[in-house]
Design a protein around this ligand. Sequence first.
Ligand code: NDP
Length: 299
Amino acid sequence: MSAHTDRTPQSAVTVIGLGPMGRALAGAFVDAGLTTTVWNRTPGRDRELVARGAVSAASAEEAVLASELTVVCVVNYDASDAVLRRPEVTAALKGRTVVNLSADTPGRARDAGAWAGEHGVRYLDGAIMTPTTTIGTPHGVFLHSGPKELYAEHKPVLDTLGGTHTHLGEDIGRAAAYDIALLDIWWTAMTGYMHALALARAEGISARELAPFAKGIGEILPPAFEEAARDVDAGRYAATVNPLTSAASTMAHIVHTSEAHGIDASVIRAAEGLTRRAIGLGHGGDELARLAELLGRRG
Ligand code: NDP
């Protein structure tokens, strides 16, 4: 099937939500030659897309009726619920497919999946792991979950967004679970970086002076991630490189230097506190991977 010439329902798509990401998605569909209908709560956000060939719908109901497939990309599930659960929109969606690319928790994704099942809406959840500038390029990363056959049916249209698309399983909450875990890495790492920049500047080192060395730290993370993943899955924690006693000592130096400059050390204090808890439980000779096991303990 050629996406550029075929105007069957499969090559028509609706996009609901025209924030920066929704606009990027709709733009990529337009560029791929798909008949693209768009709607946004606040009118006027579709001007540039319409100039490029998108069709502006007067209501969310009209938008979903225009295509077999509706891609939703709004701020969170409160927002997608506010649109999709309007009775006239829910009725219009019966028998059609929604791919919800809005970010939220796995629990909210499962709740939306249950709602969709009750209302005859065919439903896939997804997460976008890369910025708007990657959409329509080979660099976008999309995660999907939900019924495998439904995903396979709509994959040709999703593929027109470029990048890599991975179906993670039938559990509708799985894409959101990956998203949350990956964002956990991003936000804690970037907060650590912001703290490091404040600390460096207090020591008379500019952010730009530190940056090349910070990049060096970034480059040693991928093999460290792989090794920790192998250890955590194998339940293998005995230190081969850096025992927790040594890690805690380094963390304390960061805390002391921060506090000497009057800089809030709460992020590194949290890491040090966890490490010392593990040491207190007799794990001082283990690697940092032990913290994943400790944090995962229940009760
Ligand atoms: P926002 O997260 O700011 O979302 C803006 C969109 O949400 C607008 O269309 C806005 O409509 C809509 N919205 C907010 N509240 C409501 C509501 N109550 N009812 C209906 N619509 C509502 O912008 P983005 O486009 O950047 O992000 C969309 C999603 O994509 C988010 O979940 C985000 O986490 C995710 N994402 C974004 C990335 C990015 O680089 N921007 C990267 C990866 C994921 P209105 O214009 O009327 O306010």
